[in-house]
Design a protein around this ligand. Structure first.
Ligand code: GRG
Length: 289
């Protein structure tokens, strides 16, 4: 998709500009390894699509996208560590800990998290301090123990256990949904909309996270390592708690279709400006890598 590529390019340009101004440390090399050329930038694309609905200026959206991609890159570096999923391949190349060693990968991950806060709190981000603060507060909440880190904890703890559908959904919303949720709510914050709109977009982000995760699990089940850029077939080996594992392949596909319908239903209020958003949702639902 041409527009996804454009968002990815602009986000990378922004990140490179920021990093160029920083001191050249060993960790900076690892940060760059984690960020570039990087992945699909699907979170950034959702953020830009929702930003379009609310008529938010593109430059601001790309700054927020860069922050979210730093946190995402951090989560992937840590997710691949031996103490977590112990993966050797990511985005078609050896994982950070394979190249640089475990402790360096941990520290580069930590530095990527704080880089996200640097990007959002920067004086050059020309928005009111209240709005800036709300964005930083939300991104922090989404990343911590109530969000991505908490979801990762559950993911690891549910391995090789019988886990209910409700618990799997809760874990996936935290692990994967919270960053999408941030991407859906951040433009609403920038547009200074009320709490009701924020809640609506938060729930939309959770649904996108579930959709994204089920597509990811399907790639793990059916996809090829060469296409995915990471080892596939791991979930079964590791005894991961997934909806496919619980419901079976056919029902998981049905569940995915229901999610797409729910998302369309929730966005219909913004029909005239949500065409790009819907295209991205279809891309997520039908992705192969
Ligand atoms: C607090 C952010 C944070 C991290 C620490 C390690 C950890 C806790 C969380 C791991 C979360 C994680 C890896 C969730 C899986 C989400 C997922 C399916 C990621 C793959 O995303 P893609 O396909 O990746 O968008 P690309 O490579 O395209 O960017």
């Amino acid at each position: 998709m041409r527009e996804l590529k454009l968002v990815a390019k602009d986000t990378n340009i922004f990140l490179k500009k920021i990093l160029k101004k920083q001191k050249n440390t060993k960790l900076l090399e690892v940060i760059k390894y984690g960020l570039f050329p990087g992945g699909k930038k699907i979170r950034s694309k959702i953020l830009v699509d929702v930003g379009y609905i609310f008529n938010i200026n593109y430059k601001s959206l790309i700054r927020v996208a860069a922050a979210i991609e730093c946190i995402h890159a951090y989560s992937l570096i840590h997710d691949d560590l031996p103490c977590m999923d112990n993966d050797k391949l990511r985005r078609g190349k050896p994982t950070a800990h394979i190249i640089y060693g475990e402790s360096t990968a941990v520290l580069a991950g930590n530095s990527l998290l704080t880089l996200a806060f640097e990007i959002l709190s920067d004086d050059k981000f020309n928005i009111s301090n209240n709005v800036k603060n709300e964005l930083i507060n939300l991104i922090s909440k989404c990343s911590g123990h109530e969000g991505v880190a908490g979801g990762q904890y559950l993911d690891l703890n549910y391995e090789k256990k019988n886990v209910s559908k409700k618990k799997i959904i809760d874990m996936q919303i935290k692990k994967t949904g919270m960053l999408f949720s941030f991407c859906c709510v951040a433009p609403v914050i920038l547009a200074k909309k009320n709490n009701l709109v924020k809640r609506r977009f938060r729930s939309l982000g959770n649904l996108i996270g579930l959709l994204f995760q089920i597509s990811d699990d399907l790639i793990d089940l059916k996809g090829k390592t060469r296409d995915a850029g990471k080892e596939t077939g791991k979930d079964k080996k590791k005894g991961k708690a997934t909806l496919i594992g619980l419901l079976g392949y056919e029902n998981a596909i049905k569940y995915k279709i229901q999610l797409v319908k729910k998302i369309s239903e929730q966005i219909k209020h913004y029909d005239n400006r949500s065409k790009k958003f819907k295209q991205t949702i279809n891309l997520i639902a039908n992705r192969i890598k």
